[in-house]
Structures are given as C-alpha cells and as structure tokens.
Design a protein around this ligand. Structure first.
Ligand SMILES: *[C@@H]1O[C@H](CO)[C@@H](O)[C@H](O)[C@H]1NC(C)=O
Ligand SMILES: *[C@@H]1O[C@H](CO)[C@@H](O)[C@H](O)[C@H]1NC(C)=O
Ligand SMILES: *[C@@H]1O[C@H](CO)[C@@H](O)[C@H](O)[C@H]1NC(C)=O
Ligand SMILES: *[C@@H]1O[C@H](CO)[C@@H](O)[C@H](O)[C@H]1NC(C)=O
Ligand SMILES: *[C@@H]1O[C@H](CO)[C@@H](O)[C@H](O)[C@H]1NC(C)=O
Length: 423
C-alpha cells in the first residue's frame, strides 16, 4: 500500500519530461497546474470580478494559486494546507476517460475530492477551488483524440462542468501537457471556446456564479513537437485571451535528469546562453498577445538535483555531474527531484552550502557530492518582483504541499502585496 502510493506519487509528482530528453535543445515540458479572471467584460474596461471574488481594491485582483497533489493525500493531507496564503487551490488531478472522453475523478481520490472542496472553504471562506484535468502523468494522445471532434469535445465540456458542480469546485483548469501539433492547437482553441460558451450559459440558466476557466500551459507560447527536433507550434493565444480567465504558465523544468552530465537551474528566471528561462517564456506569451492580467507565473516548490563529478573542483551552475541525484524514499521518491521541504532538511542535516545565484535568480545548495538547484525565499522575491514589473496577474505554486511550513508561498504572498498600488 505504502509502496504503491509512493510509486504513483513519483510518477505524477513533478514535471517530468516525458519528451525525450537528450535532444540538444531539450525544450522540456514543464508540468502542471492552475485559475480566475472575469471573462467577457467589455473590451478596454477593467473587468469587474464576478460576485464572489476575493477582496482587493487593485485594478485586477491578484491571484495566488496552489496546486494540491490529491494523489499523494496520505503524505500531504488537505487539512495541512495553509489556505490563508492562497486565493485559489487546484485539485490535481481529474482524468479524461480514454473511451468516453468524459472527465472523471479517479476512484481512489473521490472521497478526498469531496472533502477537499468543503475543507478548503471551511478554512478560508473566500478561497476558490478548481479541478485540474490532466497533468504531466496524463496521456497526451487521449487529449488529442478528445479535442479532435466536436462530439468528444462536447463530452469533455459537459462532463467537466457537471463534475465541478457535483463536487463543489468553483472552476475548471485544463492541464493538457502538451498540445504538440498544428491540429492540436486548432482543436484546443475550439475546446476553449466551447468551454467558455457552455460555462457562461450554465451560469445563466442556473443563476449560479460562473465557473472559472483556466489552463496550465507550456513555459513559452510555442510548444514543441517531441518527435521532430526543432518543430514548434504556437498556442491559439488570441482565443485563449478571449476565453480563459487566465493561463498558468509552467516556468520550471528547464533542466533535469535528461541532462545528466551538467548541473542546472530548472526554474531560472534568466539565462544568458539559452531560451530556457522564465523571462524568455513569459515574454513570448505577452508578445504573442496574452494580456498580462491573464498571465500567471508558475513557481516551483521543488528542486532538481545532481551528483557532482568532483565537488572540490566545480560546484556551480553548469558544473560537471555524473548523473542525477538519487531518489529519496519517503519524500519525492523521484530520481533527481527534491521537494523544498526535503531541501531544507538536506541543508540542515548536511550543513550544506547555500548560494544565491544572481545570473539565474535561483539558489543552489551542495554538500558532499549532492547538488540541488531550487528556489529559496530570496529568489521567490525576485521572481515576484519580475511578475509585478510585467503587471501579471499573480503566481501559482506546484505544489502547495511540497513547501512545508508555507515558507515560499508566504514569501510570495508578501512580496506580491508590497507596493501593489504603484502598479
Ligand atoms: C471509462 O469509461 C468506461 C465507460 O463508462 C468505463 O467502463 C471505464 O472503466 C472507464 N475507464 C477508466 C480508466 O476509468
Ligand atoms: C495513450 O492513449 C492512447 C489512445 O487511447 C493509447 O493507444 C496509448 O497506448 C496510451 N499510452 C499510454 C502510455 O498509456
Ligand atoms: C531564442 O528565441 C529566438 C526567437 O524568440 C530565436 O531567434 C533564437 O534563435 C533562440 N535562441 C536559441 C539559443 O534557441
Ligand atoms: C578532484 O579535483 C581535485 C582538484 O583538482 C583533484 O585533486 C582530485 O583528484 C579530483 N578528484 C577526483 C575524484 O577526480
Ligand atoms: C558548516 O559549514 C561551514 C562552512 O560552510 C563551517 O564553517 C561550519 O563549521 C560547519 N558547521 C558544522 C557543524 O559542521
């Protein structure tokens, strides 16, 4: 039981790159996550938040989203979530049934899904919950098939709205990782338009608050085709700007186990030598036409680790490595991945050296031959300053649970609130 939980967790936990590492230009696949803006407001008018939005006197209410890994609820019970840090929590994940194309909560997590929505509200009555559909562990072919015909999209749309209402979610977060062909991009535009239509008409006919609609997307607006090196397809950004409350941009997993011989900052804000950075990715979305108030920046509450080739010789970013760091049983249990909570424990127990890397706006820590690149409070502060400078809507964390003690999320909340009126 414990073992199967851990295995399942490892498979789904982080943003692994199922896409063929080893490509020279390893443009990975950041993983999962997040959701709310008023859609459909008159062009040019600051949309007013729907009836039940969180309080805020800024032009746009800022969002602070946390994903909750429901598949690991035994390790991270929902009751442990620091709900006051967030405006929105996403339940990760619901699935798309490969024969019916209906959205379903896995049988194993049906009970925790029911508990989750009511527990979140009882801890913080203002919080909104969303059901995230898909994730890094989901089969991208099933999404492609679902999106390819109007009848299967209809099944997805109807069943996701009905599921959200049945379980008491306030919104739907489409987490297809990733559309990767011209047809996928055309079809995902139809999917978003149809979801928007049906969500609006459901709210009108039932007199209920409109469900939120968000999507978790690749770090740049050009998703890559893993089977054809160099091939990229642009998301339907204009349609997304019209239909989504916002997009959760997955700004992480730029480096990892698929590059075993060099250490790297997987969530670098800037990178002088490549386009694998959050500043590049976010700018591509904004240049592509995603309005900044619909852009939400992903932050990682986990790091990626390597074994240094020679720790006395070289231990910086890009140092020679002899492979990814080992899986730590009882934690992430995934090779080359450490949760923020595990990194803190590593630093304490091994008296690891911690360095703030100004070139990438990230941190790294090493002791013995183990090296891990991650975000700490100082780098979260820089990233939040960045997203504010771009007038973005807010941030999300993958995941709320990996940040035990809510250290990073509280830092993010604090810096997002600072000087907000100057924006
Ligand atoms: C998909 O739906 C069919 C029909 O309802 C059901 O028999 C099947 O078990 C579902 N698949 C999964 C993986 O849940
Ligand atoms: C993904 O789904 C497709 C279509 O249902 C199926 O053929 C394929 O085997 C699935 N892949 C995995 C890894 O489950
Ligand atoms: C980075 O992206 C730009 C276009 O945005 C492109 O011209 C350039 O070649 C890319 N650089 C690398 C190293 O891939
Ligand atoms: C590591 O580098 C140091 C300094 O150059 C060298 O003395 C040592 O032999 C190296 N260790 C290994 C295992 O290569
Ligand atoms: C921890 O490491 C620092 C140098 O990084 C050293 O000065 C200190 O003595 C170490 N403390 C312990 C308890 O090993």
């Amino acid at each position: 039981m414990i073992n199967s939980l851990v295995i399942c967790f490892a498979v789904l936990s982080v943003a692994f790159f199922r896409f063929d590492p080893g490509l020279a230009e390893a443009q990975q696949a950041p993983a999962r996550a997040p959701a709310v803006a008023p859609v459909g407001a008159p062009v040019g008018a600051p949309a007013r938040a729907p009836r039940s939005s969180p309080p805020g006197d800024e032009k746009w209410d800022k969002v602070k989203v946390g994903y909750w890994p429901s598949y690991a609820s035994q390790m991270f019970p929902a009751s442990d979530l620091s709900t006051d840090v967030y405006t929105h929590l996403c339940f990760a994940f619901a699935n798309v049934n490969s024969t019916t194309f209906r959205v379903e909560i896995p049988v194993e997590t049906m009970d925790v899904a029911r508990e989750f929505t009511s527990l979140a509200k009882s801890k913080n009555p203002l919080i909104k919950t969303l059901v995230s559909i898909g994730g890094a562990g989901a089969n991208t072919t099933v999404f492609s098939q679902m999106a390819s015909s109007s009848s299967s999209r209809g099944e997805f749309v109807r069943s996701s709205i009905s599921l959200a209402r049945t379980y008491g979610f306030d919104g739907i977060d489409v987490d297809w990782e990733f559309p990767h062909s011209a047809a996928d991009m055309t079809n995902i535009a139809s999917l978003f338009s149809e979801l928007r239509q049906q969500i609006d008409s459901e709210a009108q006919s039932t007199y209920r608050s409109r469900l939120l609609l968000t999507a978790a997307v690749y770090y740049s607006n050009m998703a890559r085709d893993p089977s054809i090196p160099g091939m990229r397809y642009e998301y339907p950004v204009q349609t997304m700007a019209r239909t989504l409350d916002w997009a959760n941009i997955m700004c992480y997993d730029y480096h990892g186990t698929w590059e075993p011989s060099l250490t790297g900052e997987h969530s670098a804000l800037t990178d002088l030598s490549s386009n694998l950075s959050s500043s590049y990715g976010i700018q591509s979305w904004l240049d592509g036409g995603l309005p900044p108030h619909k852009a939400v920046m992903g932050l990682a509450a986990y790091g990626r680790s390597w074994l240094l080739a020679n720790s006395s010789l070289d231990h910086g970013v890009g140092a020679a490595a002899r492979g990814p760091g080992p899986a730590m049983p009882g934690g992430s249990a995934e090779t080359g991945v450490l949760f923020y909570s595990e990194i803190q424990e590593f630093i304490r127990s091994k008296n690891a050296t911690v360095v703030d890397d100004s070139e990438t706006s990230s941190a790294y820590a090493f002791a013995g031959d183990l090296w891990v690149g991650f975000d700490n409070q100082a780098s979260i502060e820089k990233k939040v300053e960045f997203l504010k400078s771009k007038e973005m809507r807010g941030f999300f964390f993958w995941t709320a649970s990996f940040d035990s003690g809510a250290v990073l999320t509280t830092t993010g909340k604090f810096f997002l609130a600072l000087f907000i009126h100057s924006m």
